[in-house]
Design a protein around this ligand. Structure first.
Ligand code: 13P
Length: 246
């Protein structure tokens, strides 16, 4: 039985004051039966770590460099994330693939850099609306995952995978539980062919997860939790989603 995981992706939101209020709301609402983490903007990682001292909740970042260290102005290495205690790092979010032109291979290299430093990469895959309408959903997510499998080889079992249909992110449109499950099953099969650990791996769903749809999504056989955007910014909503996973 896989333990569910719920991860809040704060994206580029927050301030010291609003983060403190949100984290204190979560401290009061928890603990939950599911594993819970928040992935926060870089400048707030250390304060988040302090706020979560002694809590079961973990924390992480939203991106890392594929490079080890050096003259890469503006980049943050996986070693730095490990140094400040990050448990997770999101890589390959569709916003980075779209706005920063990140390729499948770059995403795979970032996942490898994270694992090399003991930070668990949450690798995002997902199709656009046009790709879904063209019947390419399976081909797209399999291509995105294949690059990661090829690069990580036997370490693939150490990642968390997240299926986030691009058309469902921040739109209020959600894949139906059945639509999401169908893609998760395809991804699990692909993992199964690559590692004996596939049954233990967690595949999260992301894209307009809210308290009122979380139970039905998390009830699907291959949906092992969620990657939450907008609803992760409100303590009441995020904790309701964590409860739905418990
Ligand atoms: P929303 O929950 O706001 O749709 O965002 C999902 C997401 O992109 C999480 O990474």
């Amino acid at each position: 039985m896989r333990k569910k995981l719920v991860v809040g992706n704060w994206k580029m939101h927050g301030s010291r004051a609003s983060n403190a209020a949100l984290l204190s709301g979560l401290r009061e609402a928890g603990p939950w039966n599911a594993d819970v983490a928040v992935c926060v903007p870089f400048p707030y990682i250390t304060e988040t770590a302090l706020a979560l001292t002694g809590q079961a909740m973990s924390f992480g970042a939203q991106d890392c460099s594929a490079h080890e260290q050096g003259a890469y102005t503006g980049e943050v290495s996986a070693a730095m994330l490990a140094d400040v205690g990050c448990r997770y790092v999101i890589v390959g979010h569709s916003e980075r693939r779209a706005f920063h032109h990140e390729s499948d291979q770059l995403v795979a290299d970032k996942a490898k850099a994270a694992l090399a430093h003991g930070v668990t990469p949450i690798v995002c895959v997902g199709e656009t609306r046009a790709e879904r309408e063209a019947g390419q959903t399976e081909a797209v997510v399999k291509r995105q995952l294949a690059a990661v499998i090829h690069t990580l080889t036997h370490c693939i079992g150490e990642i968390v995978l997240a299926y986030e249909p691009v058309w469902a992110i921040g739109t209020g449109l959600t894949a139906s539980p059945e639509e999401a499950q169908a893609v998760h099953a395809v991804l699990r099969m692909q993992l199964h062919a690559a590692t004996q650990k596939s049954d233990a791996m967690r595949i999260l769903y992301g894209g307009s997860v809210k308290p009122d749809n979380a139970v039905s999504l998390f009830g699907q056989a291959d949906i092992d939790g969620g990657l939450i955007g907008g609803a992760a910014l409100k303590a009441a909503d995020f904790s309701a989603i964590c409860r739905a996973a418990g």
